[in-house]
Design a protein around this ligand. Sequence first.
Ligand code: KIV
Length: 263
Amino acid sequence: MPKRTTVLDFQAKCDKGEKLSIVTAYDYAMAMAVDAAGVDAILVGDSLNMTMLGRENTLSATLDEMLHHTEAVAKGAKNAMVIGDMPFLTYQLGPEQALENAGAFLTEAGAQAVKLEWCPRASEITKFLVENGVPVMGHLGFTPQQIHRFGGYHQQGKDKASAALLLKEAKALEAAGAFGIVLELIPSDIAKKITASVKIPTIGIGAGPDCDGQVQVLHDLLGLMPDFHPKHAKAYLKLHEAIRDAVKQYVAEVGAGKFPPKS
Ligand code: KIV
């Protein structure tokens, strides 16, 4: 029987120099497909606020929505670790608030871990969650929940001081017990330096090839968003067009009386 990836497998793969692959998914069918492809983990990202719900940014995703989608993914994923993304203002107030909400990802939704974006108390919160049995993945660099502070989708860690801060925060997350750290939209050389400075896996998105693994948003990877093509993403399919053409054919066949056939 296949075994589900654990935090120990994550570290072991990283220690052996093997790259980790993570992709987002938000529903049962997609979770089954990406799980069958052999990803190490599936992130139920709060990016679902844009990809699934058509909203402008990640800020308004609610805990209930995240739990709802995480439950569907957890049912579809048999081998990959399922990581629930903690939405804005469900952990920033402190360890107790974070534990109550992170716990729901494990107890109600069936996830095995949570991810939380950097905030001033991120290390303290991470330590408390980990000590209480909730594995935590950190997230540094461009943290989308702080989009208004950053003033848009801008690369972080470009100057010496902010790069040094990222390194310090990565070490603090490692010391707090995080099992991995997402590095988003930072220069490749800074990601490389952080990766060499911590033992836990770094998972890049827009952070170059030297991280211990990569994470991608599934809709970018499949070409599902016709008007959104981030520089750091690679579309392996043109699924928007494929769906449009398939449904067009269906519409034409219904219109022409070719579908359904006589029964
Ligand atoms: O919400 C998300 O999909 C994420 C990834 C981009 C890392 O946080």
